[in-house]
Design a protein around this ligand. Structure first.
Ligand code: KPL
Length: 311
């Protein structure tokens, strides 16, 4: 029998998943607004593929009867994940496995605690962005890691990793997903708020104007990581190793417009609550300094508050 995957949130990662899984599984792409079924994907090799995707609005799902899905992937922004799940919770069995694709560390512990069924978390370096209502560009291939916070669903993570790999997204099931989520959070905290505040591409951070600021952020982040028991992927557990990692990512993504800068430019709420808040709260719990992180959070909040109200 074909496995069915519901994908909640038709942003870049949601559409990339839908395009990748459609040839091998039954896929339903769900959004708040109606989405055209004919969707295209530009591959990293420059090929353009058009596919008819099965698209639904949340309202349509709620008004019709459906066979329960094998997985529900939540691919919204971090702060929208819980509300998105609430929107469909009444039409899926409470034992349905969820897969959380959010940045940061906000939705993952909260949904893991609240949901009865298995909750897997994914972190990915696949690069993708949407161009319009019908298209997504798969800009660069990366790696995806899947696991659950309490090490209870290894076999499920393994089977999903195999499916995603078969779908063309290289995925590994891991026992240390919490480490990996926090490592990504450390990188995001060092890069995203600064580039968003100054309106610059990632590579600019290594210039004299910003490199000192990066070091100040990493100093606070490294101490918090140590208190949380999170090691950098390489090297010793110290500030220098975190700094090496951050500079490596700055270099690798030099031409990127970070997601937080894209959010600010589009006047959307940023993911500061999922990236900076868990760090600040951890620093408070462990009585560590967090003045630099707090200032970044306040400055981003000030920018968000300047958006004209949406009607
Ligand atoms: O993950 C990213 C983001 O933009 O959110 C980085 C690593 C900063 C790359 O742009």
């Amino acid at each position: 029998m074909t496995t069915s995957h519901w994908i909640l949130g038709p942003g870049a990662i949601g559409r990339l998943l839908a395009h990748s899984l459609s040839p091998i599984a039954a896929v339903t792409l769900i959004g708040r607004r109606a989405l055209t079924e004919q969707q295209w994907l530009a591959t990293p090799e420059g090929e353009q593929r058009s596919q008819l995707l099965n698209t639904f609005t949340v309202a349509q799902l709620a008004s019709e009867k459906h066979a329960p899905p094998a997985f529900v992937h939540i691919t919204t922004k971090a702060m929208a994940a819980e509300a998105a799940l609430e929107g469909i919770a009444s039409v899926i069995p409470p034992s349905t496995p969820l897969v959380l694709w959010q940045n940061g560390y906000l939705a993952q512990p909260r949904i893991t605690q609240a949901w009865t069924g298995p909750v897997l978390c994914a972190t990915t370096t696949e690069g993708a962005y949407v161009t319009d209502d019908n298209g997504v560009v798969h800009a660069g291939r990366g790696a995806t890691f899947i696991g659950d916070l309490h090490h209870q669903h290894g076999a499920l993570s393994q089977s999903l990793a195999e499916t995603l790999t078969q779908a063309g997204l290289a995925t590994t099931a891991v026992a240390d997903i919490r480490q990996r989520l926090w490592q990504k959070l450390a990188i995001n905290a060092a890069i995203n708020p600064l580039v968003a505040l100054h309106g610059v591409r990632n590579g600019e951070l290594s210039s004299q104007a910003y490199s000192g600021r990066v070091q100040e952020v990493v100093k606070e982040v490294a101490a918090i990581m140590q208190a949380e028991g999170i090691k950098p992927p390489k090297g010793r557990q110290d500030e220098a190793a975190w700094l090496v990692l951050v500079w490596q990512v700055v270099k690798n993504t030099a031409h990127n417009k970070a997601s937080m800068l894209q959010d600010i430019e589009a006047k959307r709420p940023t993911e500061r609550g999922a990236i900076l808040r868990p760090l600040i709260e951890s620093a408070q719990r462990h009585s560590l300094p967090y003045g630099v992180l707090q200032a970044l959070d306040t400055d981003i909040a000030t920018l968000e508050n300047r958006y004209a109200p949406r009607h």
